[in-house]
Write a protein that binds this ligand. Sequence first.
Ligand code: BGC
Length: 692
Amino acid sequence: MTDLSPPRKGASESEIVAFVAAVIARATLAEKVAMMSGKGFFELYREGGGVWGAHPYPAGSGVERFSVPPLYFTDGPRGVARGQSTCFPCTMARGASFDPDLEYRIGQVMGIEARAQGCNLSGAVCINLLRHPAWGRAQETYGEDSWHLGVMGAALGTGIQVHNVIATVKHFALNSMENARFRVNVRIDERVLHEIYLPHFKYVLDAGVASVMSAYNKVNGEYCGQNRYLLSDVLRAEWGFDGFVHSDWIRGVYQPYGAAAGLDIENPEPMVFGPKLLSAVEAGTIEPEVIDRACRRILLTQYRYAAAEDPLVDYPLSLVASPEHCALACEAAEKSAVLLENDGILPLTRDSVKKLAVLGRLADCKNTGDNGSSRVHAPYCITPLSGLQCYLGEDAILTAAEDDLDGARRAALAADAVVVVAGYTYEDEGEYIPADVVTQVPRASTPVRNAPLGGDRTLLELPYEQQQLIEVVAATGKPVIVVIVAGSAVLVESWRGKVAAILQTFYAGMEGGTALARLLFGDVSPSGKLPFTVACHADHYPFFDREADEIEYDYWHGYAKFDRDAIAPRYGFGHGLSYTKFTYRALRARRLGTDIEVSVAVHNVGERGAAEVAQFYVGFPPGALERPIKVLRGFSRVSLQPGQVRVVRVRISLDTLRWRDPARHSWRFEHGCYRIMAGGSSQQLIETSIVL
Ligand code: BGC
């Protein structure tokens, strides 16, 4: 028993601080070290029959003697990876929505559903930068641009935290390859690290996200989970982050010195931060203050969230996948589909399309993304086929078996239009869990998660059989609409000229099929924009080797690389067509203190109401310093009725335009004439300038 009562709801900051200080003063060293790891995961995992998320997983903290409970972890990011939760479109899809308000609302739903299922730590905020489209977990992040990653990740994380679930941003840092993630050493110089790969993490933490998950890979020779430069020098000393850092799962830290480097919790079991860490402190190789500091960070964060008032009176299980939450999944799917091409066939009309052929292996596949940690077992999933059947009536839909090309041809010939659903599944891309992780599980009778599947893509094009199917149905002369389901870019060169329209829906979540029907038939106009660049040729992307032990990340990837190399992409970053047309005019930029205020008038000159994502880019003064031709520094999603004009305004902080001077290890601002650009795609911009 104890005379120390943990702070309850409504406790003040000084009560929390006093409680934390008392726990640290009175807990034994062993109790404190025990707070620095998750515990019981292997047992719970077995008990749950090998189903990931069958239990909330204790993930650090917890001192029984003082009634301090552990933190309970659940995963994301396409929903809560526990029970039968709402399954949203994957993160990359939501990246294409360019809609932080939507993402904030999705975060709140994830917070509610985590709470309702006994969890208070969420691993849903994944913001690793998409350096190359083959990355197996591309679907879990928002895209290739650091600014956009920061804004979207901050919206999700702060949304989750509304319901007093601590959000963790992952994977810190440079985790943009999958198969080699446990071993690859990413070499990177200071400018590239700070200007390209880290700013989005800082953005999300500055917005208030309270926890960080370290990555598996090495950066400049040291594993991220024990990398002093990343975890202490940058995160704490330079950025002032005062929350806790926990490791990625199972191989997140190798040596007790990880604690001194700045890792506070090893998850999910004390493989290193258990007896090994305790002995290191007893032997004097780790200072006791390192342990106290970690416990302070963990407990302060935990109790600040535990004590804050909840927006809801309670969090019953009935809130999980409620009709309102499922409707939000549908809204997200509608706002994230990107119309890549349209010769005018879309939107379809019921009058002209009496019969629709719906073909392809993925047409009736409950394909919400990979089978790794982000998997969500939704209570139901509307496939493209079932969505279209429901919309048009079953009699209006013609299908054929996936390997029956003759049947597909016949269906196409009998239809007024053809939809081919093409792309990937968890077998082609996703989290890679190698079989030997299983051997690390003591007494495991069931393997951890699944046999190795997914991983980095080996293909950037559609699988051969799908290309063949497209060719066969296109040869009938019927208009063909290809729906691409994938986590990132798919090269379309070989067949794009033969089809009437291409719509990329990504993994569209449990309501994807409903949204697809509404998009194709014009109940809603597509409004998503590509959060990455689609190349004409694979060689136009940076070097990628999924088996690499070592790789260098240089300054150039994404649209900045295409700009520098003067290579035209097939579809540029920010591209996405609509059923209406928008024009831009009256672009203005003025200095306002330490910001630039930029405004532009967006005009819907078409016949339909629709949303547009206005994008704002900045170009740097010419000089000796090599910098991108342009960088995204603002975006705003606006809905406009036909004929309507709205002036859209963003503020760009001058700090976000600085460069990192490696000689001084600090930031510098270049004075001169800056280009300010705005438009509906990185490839179609109007321009002004400002002297700063
Ligand atoms: C993944 C993390 C995930 C963790 C827990 C790891 O394998 O890399 O993203 O949060 O497992 O499921």
